[in-house]
Design a protein around this ligand. Structure first.
Ligand code: RB5
Length: 246
């Protein structure tokens, strides 16, 4: 995103959170003294920035919050992140992409912590806050990353897991499986070569979710001694290739 666009978007975001007219906000405005922001307002701004796919800055560390005083501080931080992102360097590869909606954000944090402890590099596409979001947006992001093989597999969490699985399976190449116990998670890999695990945060607890995730990650696809599972996966590709054709 060009720096001018990023600045305009940040000013609009600040105006929205503080219920001000964007023209009242200057880069040198002090957020607390001039604009009347509270610490909660700043936290809300940070959540919105983290959730804004146009910025794509990922999680903002808490200590950054302490240094934010003026509007310019936020602009400088975002521009710094955008520069880092655009700079040529070693490309980070992730073993898994994870996303949720607002209903799944707590379980997502628990699974990210579990994966990190296990040494699995996780790409968390968000959201980070609990503001209401639409599950198809996150399902599509994770689905496309998996379908293009940017990451080998994904996890999607919403209230029931249903919306996420329906949405992710719209992306060609995705085989998203909604499960609520580890046997199905294992068979989803073994028989269906599922590449996205969907979970319902309002259906299963953290312990069961971790068990499903472990089973999913630890199981390989088995084509079948006569190739029957592979044949069925090939048939799924055929359906995708036929598209809308009668
Ligand atoms: C959100 O309230 C809920 O509808 C969503 O998380 C999911 O369960 C949809 O399938």
């Amino acid at each position: 995103m060009p720096p001018a666009d990023a600045t305009a978007r940040i000013l609009a975001l600040i105006a929205e959170v503080l219920e001000l007219d964007p023209s009242d906000i200057q880069l040198e405005s002090h957020l607390f003294n001039d604009l009347g922001a509270s610490s909660l307002d700043i936290a809300e701004m940070v959540w919105r920035i983290e959730d804004d796919r146009a910025f794509n800055v990922g999680e903002i560390p808490d200590d950054v919050l302490d240094d934010i005083r003026r509007v310019q501080d936020i602009v400088d931080f975002i521009e710094g992140r955008l520069d880092e992102r655009d700079a040529p360097g070693e490309e980070v590869t992730y073993a898994i992409a994870i996303g949720s909606d607002h209903a799944g954000v707590g379980l997502k944090a628990a699974l990210v912590a579990f994966l990190s402890k296990r040494g699995v590099s996780v790409l968390d596409v968000g959201p980070q806050g609990s503001a209401s979001v639409d599950y198809p947006d996150y399902a599509e992001q994770v689905g496309r990353k998996v379908a293009t093989q940017e990451v080998p597999c994904g996890v999607l969490i919403c209230g029931t897991g249903l919306g996420m699985s329906i949405a992710a399976n719209k992306v060609a190449g995705v085989r998203a499986a909604l499960v609520s116990e580890p046997v199905s998670a294992r068979l989803a890999r073994q028989h269906n070569d599922a590449n996205i695990l969907c979970l319902g945060a309002r259906v299963i607890g953290e312990v069961l979710a971790v068990a499903c995730l472990e089973a999913f990650l630890d199981t390989e696809f088995t084509p079948g001694d006569d190739g029957r599972h592979q044949r069925r996966i090939n048939r799924l590709h055929d359906i995708e290739l036929r598209g809308d054709a009668p």
